[in-house]
Design a protein around this ligand. Structure first.
Ligand code: SF4
Length: 115
């Protein structure tokens, strides 16, 4: 008898937890769908700007303006949040760049530091 009561209580609790989690799951799905695709370094504009997703691999001879410590996360054009692995860039609307990336129009974001 008491076992039946506990089972019903557990079922009810499980159903309530499922209902509570459903909207959060829906939000995650919408966010995942809304995430912008990464810029392809082989795209025309990316190539023209010498964009690379890994600033440590920039060819310093071909890009004499590059200095170690420059990357998308500390660039004035980067619109991603601090600490995010990727984010928006004003030069690539509708796309995302890696925070570790770099291109030849990099300019230090006010208040940011190299590194
Ligand atoms: Fe990265 Fe800045 Fe170039 Fe955008 S403009 S790709 S944020 S270095």
């Amino acid at each position: 008898m008491s076992h039946d009561r506990i089972s019903r209580r557990s079922l009810l609790k499980g159903a309530l937890l499922t209902l509570a989690a459903a909207p959060a799951a829906g939000m995650l799905t919408r966010e995942a769908v809304a995430a912008n695709p990464l810029v392809d370094p082989n795209d025309g504009q990316a190539k023209a700007l010498s964009y690379t997703p890994d600033a440590t691999k920039v060819d310093a001879k071909a890009n004499p303006n590059y200095k170690p410590g420059q990357h998308c996360a500390n660039c004035i054009q980067y619109t991603g949040k601090a600490g995010d692995a990727e984010g928006g860039c004003n030069l690539f609307p509708g796309k995302a760049v890696k925070s570790t990336g770099w291109c030849k129009v990099w300019v230090l974001k006010p208040g940011a530091t190299l590194g």
